[in-house]
Design a protein around this ligand. Structure first.
Ligand code: S3P
Length: 175
């Protein structure tokens, strides 16, 4: 298996992993996998239900199971849940799975994007900005630790982000 053929998107909620990932998969003619969707399919529960009924620890272990299953399906574009990097084991699997693209964005853009969607249990809070800032502070180093490529999606329009990602993928595959 040519592991480096897989493309993996990591980054905070609202950074564009799923939207950009789907488009890149289409353009490359690869299958697209979203780890949250995989977990919902396997458990038969929504992400919110898993957090509510089983707790975050169960969800984190489902993320590991989802990644282990993906190892056999390649080449794919993978969009990951923002907290997937918290477990050391997940970071190790991801590093061996393919080229990792960290999508970054400024806090205002993130807040604006996540406010549109209420499906994120960790963001059902009154102090949204403070919570997102805390999550970024806890996770940024972990994203940077495993990223092969870092792209800012904040002020850049969707089509331009797609172009930048495609250029970076080409550059990276020549290394
Ligand atoms: C989470 C991010 C979510 C989802 C779950 C937990 C997190 O994915 O996996 O709600 O820990 O930040 P997105 O990054 O797609 O929102």
């Amino acid at each position: 298996m040519d592991k480096k053929k897989n493309i993996i998107f990591i980054g905070i909620m609202g950074s564009g992993k799923t939207t950009i990932g789907k488009r890149i998969a289409k353009n490359l003619n690869y299958d697209f996998i979203d780890t949250d969707n995989e977990i919902e399919k396997i458990t038969g529960m929504s992400i919110s239900e898993i957090f509510k009924k089983e707790g975050e620890i169960r969800f984190r272990s489902e993320e590991t199971h989802a990644l282990k299953r993906i190892v056999n399906k390649t080449p794919v574009v993978i969009s990951t849940g923002a907290g997937i990097v918290l477990k050391n084991q997940n970071r190790e699997i991801l590093k061996n799975l393919g080229t990792i693209i960290y999508l970054d964005a400024d806090i205002d853009t993130i807040i604006e994007r996540v406010s549109r969607n209420k499906k994120r249990p960790l963001l059902n809070v009154n102090n949204l900005r403070e919570t997102v800032e805390k999550l970024i502070a806890e996770r940024r180093e972990l994203y940077l630790e495993i990223a092969d490529i870092v792209i800012d999606t904040g002020l850049v329009r969707f089509e331009n982000v797609v172009n930048i990602v495609e250029k970076e993928i080409k550059k990276n595959s020549l290394l």
